[in-house]
Design a protein around this ligand. Sequence first.
Ligand code: SAM
Length: 275
Amino acid sequence: MTAAEGLPPLRAVIEAHGLAPKKSLGQNFLLDLNLTGRIARQALPLDRATVVEVGPGPGGLTRALLAEGAKKVVAIEKDPRCIAALEEIAAHHPGRLEIVSADALTIDLAALSGGQPVKIVANLPYNVGTQLLLNWLTSTAWPPVWESLTLMFQKEVAERIVAAPGTDHYGRLSVLAGWRSRAKILFDVSPSAFTPPPKVTSSIVQLVPRESPEPAALDKLEKVTAAAFGQRRKMLRQSLKSLGGEALLTSVGIDPQRRAETLSVSEFVRLANAV
Ligand code: SAM
């Protein structure tokens, strides 16, 4: 037992519950409670919104969120093997941890929180991380039910989320994230921090929704960015040919010879509104 919280060490929890990490579920666990504490503190204060954790696994980050003062954590876990381990944490913090045994891709956040604000904090499974982020960024209701997202991604994905125009990583994900949120990388986490270690470095990214993103129809913005970045080395008059090409670009004052990666988020919004 650790003196700090009276729960067994995470290695013992993994052993006791037979939680051998499964690659198919993106299971790379964090067993260092100093690190999980540091991640949880990025989302402070934790007592004014429900904290939603996706993929708690054996519960290292869950414990940290509770220790850092979360009034209520809702933890969504797809792997049924983890539920009993999480119930031990719930028993230790009566009324503060709700465990949802489900696939996070199918969860309606607003329904889950009864429309109350949530903060999402997660060491995401890499195989579904980008899709989850896209789901949260494309919420029909805006501002969305989430107040902040504090998420672990592979560093390369984190760089795509926060990339600025004119940089190599700038693409569809950057435009969508930049349109609807302010996103930044907080710190990197080395592979050796995980059990088992993944092949690449990870990064913690934080996104805060913009109150009033520039008005644009999401489906049109997605269509324009998909076409533009689908042929990112080509001039826009070529890559956007099927959407109006040169005429479309000149109608909104964008030089048809430019390439996708040079356009700001506002310029993509202008194009989407003209399509
Ligand atoms: N939070 C734990 C930690 O930091 O040690 C575990 C993180 S591990 C990278 C990802 C977790 O997400 C695993 O526990 C895995 O079972 C779970 N998971 C994978 N796919 C999921 C899904 N679609 N919905 C909910 N949980 C999922």
